[in-house]
Structures are given as structure tokens and as C-alpha cells.
Design a protein around this ligand. Sequence first.
Ligand SMILES: [Zn+2]
Length: 195
Amino acid sequence: MKGLSGMTQQSSLKELVQRGESQTLEFKKSLSLQREGLETLCAMVNSDLAGGTVVFGVEENGTVCGIEEGNLDTAQRSLSQAIRNKFDPPLIVQMEVEELNGEKVLAISAKRSRDVPYHEYDGRAWIRQGSDKRRLSLAEKQQLTGRRNRDSHPGPWRCDRCGSWVGALHSFEISNEGMKKTYKCGCGGEFWPAT
Ligand SMILES: [Zn+2]
């Protein structure tokens, strides 16, 4: 058994593809599905798992069909451009091209940073639901902002390093910018909303 943390980093793309589509993995058979792929990535990072991978060049059932090689450079440029211009707030995406069963596949992976409640792609916020995705409603966006924004969260809190729980945070830092809540734990870690 593999540990849950760092699963994506530890397993090769081949192992990932063999495991099949999941909450955090989706296949797109062609690079012409760029928009759908990036919306799916947006939906994955917005879910509570906060990350995922989209692999182009693999059919839905896991068959490796490979990407159209002739325009790989153009496609990579177009992907990077869409990622740079259309994610708000900006999303850092890892892109890799690998050969599987003699065919080239392109994988993009991303993680949502814990201080971002949700990302939008091209003006729309998506969320993963099972192996599908749907748009977030305004009420859901407000709810996520409340739940994921540290400054307005009522607690309880949990340290990301030592795992200790606290019901409320009463630690403030005073600087010339005024008073600011701090989230530092004695162990050197930081407190994050526990629920
Ligand atoms: Zn701690």
C-alpha cells in the first residue's frame, strides 16, 4: 500500500494511468479538448482534495492512444498560454510529456494553495462531482470562501505540522499596518481550518 500523501509525486505516470480515472485523475484523448481539460483541472483543484492531474492522449477507458505529435509544440504553447491567461487567481501547473506504450502523452497537474478558496477558469468556477464536473453557484462560492478563508473562519483549527487542535485562535501581530491575526503554532507549523 502506498501512503496517501505525495501519491502523485511517488507514482509514475504509467502507474497512474493504469489505476484509471478518479476524483483526481482524468483522461482526454486529444489535445483538441484543451478547454474541457483545463476546466476539469479547475474542478479538481477546487474540490476538498485540492488537486489533480489531466492526461491528454489517453481514452476514457484508459487506452493509450497518444497525442497528435505533429503539433505538440504548438499545443504546449497554447496550453501554457491558456493556463497563464485564464486562471484567476493564477494557478501553478506542472506539465510533462512522457512516452507510454510507445505513444506520447501530456500530463498537467496542479494543486490549490490553502489560502485560495477557489480558482476560476475563464470566468467560471468548477467543482468536481464524482467523475463529472459542474459550475459552482454563487451561494457555494460564498460558502467556500467562508470555509476556506482563514481570516473569517470561526474554528476549530488544526496545526499542519504537529496536528494539534484548538477551538479558537487569539494570537495577533501588531505592526504599522495594524493588527493582524496570526496562525503560528508553537511547533513551527501553521493553524488551518480543521473542517
Ligand atoms: Zn503545531
